[in-house]
Each structure stands twice: as C-alpha cells, then as structure tokens.
Design a protein around this ligand. Structure first.
Ligand code: TTP
Ligand code: MG
Length: 361
C-alpha cells in the first residue's frame, strides 16, 4: 500500500496566538522572545509574525538585532515591533487542542514539536481523499482555534515536511509520488533534513546548491565528504525516506472539544454537548487500553476568546461516561452564572479532558 503522510505546521505559532488573543495587536509586527531591554537584552527571538518578518526578523535571531531592526523601522516611519515575553502555558493549551483535533482524523499521529505533527493518512487510500482530510483538519483548526496551519502531503515524512513549508501561511501542498523528483530538484540542499549550514557550505564549494545538483557528485565523493551519511543524502535527494511515524509511547491525556455553531449561554445546549464529549473521551480512553483516570479538566471559551480551564482530581478512579459528565458539568456550571461569568458572556467552545490516566490490565 502506498504511504500517504501529512505534516501539519502552525503558522508563526506563538505570535499568531498573541494576535488572536489581543485583537489590538492584529497586523502589527510582533516578536515573542527574550526581553530586548532597550537594545541591551540577552537571548533570542522565539518567533516573529509575518509583519515582523518583513523587517528581516526571524526565529533564533539575537533579540538585540530584532530591536535594532525595529528602531530602524521607526526611523522610516513604519510601525515599531511589539516585543512580548510570551505565555508558554497558553501555547501548550492551544497545542494540546490542535493535537486533539488531529487525533480525531487518524489513529497514527506523531507530534514533533509544540506546533507540528505528522498524521498517517494511508488509510484513506488515495492522495485525493487524503487532501480532503487535510482540508477538514485545517478548517477545524480555523474554527476551533481561529489559527491557520500549513499542511504538506507526500509519500513519506520528509516530503510531507518539506511540502508543508512551501506555501506558508495557510498553505496546502500535495506532492504525488510521481512528482517527488521534480519537486525536490530546484530546492536548496538545506531543505533535506540533516543538511545544516556547514554541510551546505561544503556542498557549495563543490558547486552544489540545489538538491538536483547533487547529481554532479558521485556516491563515493559524497561518502568521502560525509562518511556513511553521504549515502543517506543520496537517497534523500531522490525523495526516499522510510522512517515510520513514532507515536507517543505514553498517552498522558485524552481530550475532546466542540465549537458551537452559534455562541450560546443555554445551559441545556451546553450540558448536551458535555455529555456527548464525555462519551467521546471515554470511548477513546477505552480504545487506547485505559480503564479510567483521576483528573477532569474542562475548557470554556467565551465569544471574545477569553479562555478558562478548570480541573478537579478525584481519589476514586473515574470510569464511566456518567461520572465524567457529572464532574464536568460541576466544573462548567460556574461559567454559566454570576460566579465565573458576571458579564453573562456567551460561550463559544467547551472542552472535556481526562488526565492522570490509569492503564487497564
Ligand atoms: P516553527 O514552526 O519553526 O515557527 P513558527 O510556527 O513561528 O513559524 P512558521 O510559520 O514558519 O512555522 O516553530 C514553532 C514555535 O516554536 C514558534 O512559534 C516558537 C517556537 N520556537 C522557538 O521558541 N525557538 C525557535 O528557535 C523556533 C524555530 C521556534
Ligand atoms: Mg510553525
């Protein structure tokens, strides 16, 4: 069976979460990273949004350099950069929610960083169907989190990852098996995983800039330059990669969430949703071989995107849909009345998550 792998990578992740949560920041250049301390700061840029990338600012750049570029922009009467320290626990929450979405579309998901994951879509049977699934994942990320992701689809992880980067932001790039070689040829050698700045430099000395140009060198020349890895490089240059997806060895939590088609504060609508989410969580829990869990976490997102999570840990193991439902409703109810929602905000999303999982015999 042909493999069909998709790679999902969030666009300007930390910065996009900040823009979403703070509407006044939208469209402004934003850097999340170390404190610039007026140009004397230490540390680096974690991420820059696209408006800041126009100033040449990028991940891993010293924060002082980003500051200098912002000052230069001010002199040109362009907007100064907003420097933010970031909120890791918030990004982690959003990341978990995105991973929950992906788990809904396939059983084999490998998360490789806070904002990216592979999903095996071979089961769909065709690249066309896989593309439809990818479109659904993108759409669900958009409606649930109001964020964009870029997706690449290919016959293996390497091609999927390179493809997801091709049409950022909000891209969807499909590379069919027959097109792999033409797809790779014009790309710089740095696109091959494992080719860092030093290897790229040494290849450039031999006149090799693109993946296609690796043809200039024989296998023995490459092995002479890079040892055994030279052979791997040749395989990668023609798009071969049989590395499997490494799914989490340890599932730490299982969560489900729903975005209402219309924001609501109808308790009947919300409780009905909670019951259905509780059922989904227990089903997934059992299918993964767990018999129960000890912590319930609920997420409530108001119409203005203000988001709250609330947890409770029980001594007695929770095993049934009914038990989970009762606890989740108890945790959610204060957000429907004066206690935690004095302004009577409408609710956009609810989520239910099981943590501290207990494995079955
Ligand atoms: P990336 O996916 O590499 O970058 P990105 O999502 O910001 O931008 P792109 O649209 O190009 O994908 O990394 C994801 C997050 O990880 C990023 O928002 C911040 C964090 N990060 C760091 O903290 N340090 C780093 O050096 C990099 C590269 C990322
Ligand atoms: Mg990203």
């Amino acid at each position: 069976m042909t493999r069909i792998i998709a790679h999902v990578d969030m666009d300007a992740f930390f910065a996009s979460v900040e823009e979403r949560d703070h509407p006044w920041m939208r469209g402004e250049p934003i850097v999340v990273g170390a404190d610039p301390e007026g140009g004397k700061g230490r540390g680096v840029v974690s991420t820059a949004n696209y408006a800041a990338r126009i100033y040449g600012i990028h991940s891993a750049m010293p924060i002082t350099e980003a500051w200098r570029r912002s000052e230069a922009a001010k002199k040109r009467c362009e907007p100064a950069v907003l420097f933010l320290g970031g909120n890791m626990s918030r990004y982690k929450e959003v990341s978990d929610s995105i991973m929950d979405i992906m788990h809904r579309y396939g059983d084999v998901v490998e998360q490789t960083s806070i904002d990216e994951a592979y999903i095996d879509l071979s089961f769909t049977g065709s690249f066309k169907k896989a593309q439809e699934v990818a479109e659904k994942i993108k759409k669900e990320i958009q409606t649930t989190e109001e964020l964009t992701a870029s997706v690449g689809i290919g016959p293996n992880k390497m091609i999927a990852k390179i493809a997801s980067d091709m049409h950022k932001p909000d891209g969807l790039t499909v590379v069919l098996p027959d097109d792999v070689i033409t797809f790779l040829r014009p790309l710089p050698v740095r696109k091959i995983p494992g080719v860092g700045p030093k290897a790229a430099e040494r290849l450039l000395e031999r006149g090799v800039r693109t993946i296609g140009e690796l043809e200039i060198l024989s296998e023995s020349e490459l092995v002479g330059m890079f040892g055994k890895w030279g052979r791997t490089l040749l395989w990668r240059a023609i798009g071969e990669d049989d590395s499997p997806l490494e799914t989490e060895h340890e599932t730490k939590s299982i969560g489900e969430q729903v975005t209402f088609t219309e924001d609501t504060n109808e308790s009947s609508v919300i409780f009905f949703a909670v019951r259905s989410l509780a059922g989904d969580v227990i089903r997934r829990l059992n299918s993964k071989g767990f018999k129960g869990f000890h912590t319930v976490t609920v997420t409530i997102r108001f119409a203005d995107f203000e988001t709250h999570t609330h947890s409770q840990t029980t001594e007695k193991m929770i095993t049934t849909v009914d038990e989970l439902e009762v606890l989740a409703i108890k945790l959610i109810t204060p957000f429907l009345d004066r206690r935690k929602n004095p302004e009577h905000k409408l609710i956009r999303l609810v989520g239910v998550r099981a943590e501290k999982l207990v494995e079955g015999e």
